[in-house]
Design a protein around this ligand. Structure first.
Ligand code: FAD
Length: 272
């Protein structure tokens, strides 16, 4: 099973040291790559680059995320050159969401335009990952239009896709059936470990991922009992991963939130 791990750039020296330790612990599971998020509008540009270079220097493949909203072509061109010159071969190409208060959308409207631009500027140098939404992107005109937009992104030159996280395997399998009729690129489920109810509820509301009622309910009843939340989260997410593996997914991408323990616990459980 191919696995990959996602980080966000640390904001402080302490955070960076902790992230290095997290990376060492996760590297033992031999991931295909580590990816590092990028704040839309370039807000984490240096942090993303530095984190990616740090991972690469440790001998592991590192894939920067690159979100294009709020950026100019000149800026993206410069970043692509920096990544290429540093031997980076994989990019997660996204539209991103404009940070609140930032009004300029820039020269790219959709991730498909970024994928085309990367191909135009750098040919086949980069393996391009894009985002996919089994439960439909919240701004899509309709579920069908979202699948069309996804297939278009692939036609523009994407090689593989990582999904938004979900806890309902049927939503992923239905989406995969629809997409499979039109493209055969790998669809890697994004897996979000459950460790904290209020943070997860906030994220899910913001990104349009469903937190099923029965999960919400049980987490709410755990209250402040962190051990109970962790134990329940481990059961739910491990069962999801096991089902996805039985259904033949090509890999699993973990949203680690820069913590190794929740992801390692899932990997240990599903290896049993
Ligand atoms: P797009 O593929 O451009 O889609 C955005 C919306 O536009 C969708 O509703 C789609 O249906 C619609 N659309 C697309 N093309 C067209 C068209 N031609 N006409 C009409 N409608 C169209 N965000 C960050 O800022 N930084 C990150 O590092 C980051 N990493 C992520 C990693 C993964 C794996 C995922 C799943 C998401 C990540 N995000 C990140 C969040 C992502 O940027 C947001 O979900 C964003 O709202 C959409 O990005 P996209 O690349 O999917 O956009």
């Amino acid at each position: 099973m191919n696995i990959s791990f996602e980080f966000f750039p640390a904001k402080t020296e302490d955070g960076a040291a902790k992230l290095r330790q997290t990376r060492i612990e996760l590297a033992a599971r031999k991931p295909e790559f580590f990816s590092v998020t990028f704040g839309a509008g370039g807000t984490t540009q240096d942090g993303t680059l530095n984190t990616v270079l740090d991972i690469q220097a440790s001998g592991h493949e590192a894939a920067p995320h690159l979100s294009c909203v709020g950026s100019s072509k000149a800026n993206i061109r410069e970043l692509l050159a920096r990544y290429k010159n540093n031997g980076i071969r994989r990019i997660v190409a996204l539209r991103g969401d404009l940070p609140s208060g930032m009004l300029e959308t820039g020269e790219f409207r959709y991730a498909s335009e970024l994928v085309s631009f990367i191909r135009q500027e750098t040919g086949d140098h980069f393996f391009i990952e894009v985002a996919a939404y089994p439960e439909t992107h919240p701004q899509a005109k309709s579920p069908a239009a979202d699948v069309d937009a996804f297939v278009h992104k692939v036609q523009c030159g994407a090689n593989s896709a990582i999904t938004q996280y979900f806890y309902n395997a049927d939503a992923f399998l239905y989406f995969r059936d629809q997409v499979r009729q039109r493209t055969d690129i790998p669809l890697i489920p994004g897996i979000m470990p459950i460790t904290n109810y209020s943070q997860l509820a906030r994220f899910s509301d913001a990104c349009g991922a469903e937190l099923p009622r029965w999960i919400r309910n049980r987490l709410q009843h755990c209250g402040d009992d962190r051990e109970a939340i962790k134990a329940f989260g481990l059961d739910v997410v491990s069962a999801l991963c096991e089902r996805l593996i039985r259904e033949g997914v090509e890999g699993l991408h973990f949203y680690t939130m820069n913590n190794s323990q929740p992801t390692l616990a899932i990997l240990d459980r599903i290896a049993d």
